[in-house]
Design a protein around this ligand. Structure first.
Ligand code: ZN
Length: 224
């Protein structure tokens, strides 16, 4: 596997890429745009480590399977073994944060949902989790007050504040670790805000994370 976790300074991080635990329907407006109910406990699913690819690589998907939607998500890298952590242990296990894309074959997902079948066939193809380089947790002033934004070809498609999440970062770590166990190198994807839509060949994507007087950006594109 060519993907490795890196920080924003280009350093390789000493954790093997692991599974991604992803939250579905964690922003009210997104749940509503797809006609779904807002969950009363975190809705979790897993992407395999083979879904990871660096944000610097062009996005590709099996086009015969139909549309591929962008889902912009705040992601966090876990650096410790976690089962049923205290809040303090949970937050101490976060190495850092970044933005990632939970790429979704939406036509396939709709077929699977209609048959009440699992989503993996729509969400777990190789490269379905383009991942940015990680900002060390200590360098972010307040994770509850970040703004995330995705522009495609210069137009804003998705924008939200992390304080609009239905389940916050701590709740997601506790739920994910007690449900699946988390290991160093695993990632949590915290769900997407409203504005998901189809990607097209050659699209230029600009991802931005902002805090008070803090600002990080990543870029990628869809293969032409
Ligand atoms: Zn998602």
């Amino acid at each position: 596997m060519s993907y490795q976790h890196k920080d924003i300074y280009g350093r390789l991080l000493p954790f093997s890429p692991g599974k991604l635990v992803c939250a579905g329907r964690n922003y009210r407006a997104h749940a509503e745009e797809l006609g779904n109910e807002v969950p009363d406990q975190p809705m979790l699913f897993i992407k395999p480590a083979s879904a990871l690819q660096s944000m610097t690589k062009p996005i590709q998907w099996p086009q015969v399977l139909g549309s591929c939607h962008h889902e912009l998500e705040l992601c966090l890298l876990i650096s410790k073994h976690l089962e049923c952590p205290s809040p303090k242990q949970a937050m101490e296990a976060v190495w850092g944060y970044t933005l990632g894309l939970d790429l979704t074959l939406r036509d396939q997902q709709n077929l699977l949902k209609a048959k009440a079948m699992p989503w993996e066939r729509a969400k777990s193809f190789a490269g379905s989790a383009p991942m940015g380089s990680f900002i060390p947790a200590g360098e972010i002033n307040s994770v509850r007050d970040l703004q995330l934004e995705l522009q495609i070809n210069g137009g804003v498609r998705q924008a939200a504040e992390t304080n609009a999440m239905i389940f916050n970062v701590l709740e997601l770590i506790c739920e994910a670790s007690s449900t699946f166990t988390l290991q160093p190198g695993d990632i949590i994807m915290t769900g997407t805000p409203a504005g998901v839509g189809s990607l097209r060949r050659g699209d230029e994507l600009h991802l931005q994370l902002q805090g008070a007087e803090q600002h990080w950006t990543w870029k990628t594109r869809v293969a032409g």
